[in-house]
Design a protein around this ligand. Structure first.
Ligand SMILES: [Zn+2]
Length: 128
């Protein structure tokens, strides 16, 4: 999966704005290229976990469909931990058809994405 550089900048800004809480959203695009970040509220308002607002997920699907885009990844930030899935992230990653991207603000800025199958990482890509 490729992520356009301006989208990566948006993710960093959003993660910094919402820190110390985690922020989250969908990465939308076509083919395997992400062209848009779709912000969604973290209704947990927590530094250690996140949940999408169901109304935002529904709106995101509608938006993607209307613009001919696909949801390529689910992403969230780790303000104070590395860019790898926590045990909870692995447990909640139930869609093997998309990637899971994690932007870390811990010891520099890092962005990796993962494909997760049955609670295990089966593929990792480094984006930043
Ligand atoms: Zn996480």
């Amino acid at each position: 999966m490729k992520i356009n550089p301006d989208v990566i900048q948006q993710l960093i800004r959003q993660a910094q704005q919402d820190a110390p809480n985690e922020t989250c959203g969908y990465l939308l695009g076509t083919g395997d290229t992400v062209t848009e970040n779709y912000w969604m509220e973290n209704i947990d308002h927590s530094p250690e976990h996140f949940s999408f607002a169901p109304k935002d997920q529904f709106a995101a699907l509608k938006y993607a469909r209307a613009h001919g885009l696909r949801i390529l990844a689910n992403w969230h930030s780790h303000p104070a931990s590395p860019s790898r899935p926590s045990q909870e992230d692995l447990r909640l990653a139930n869609d093997p058809g998309i990637r899971y991207a994690i932007l870390s603000l811990h010891e520099g800025i890092h962005l990796n994405s993962f494909r997760i199958l049955n609670g295990e990482v089966v593929d990792k890509e480094v984006h930043l």
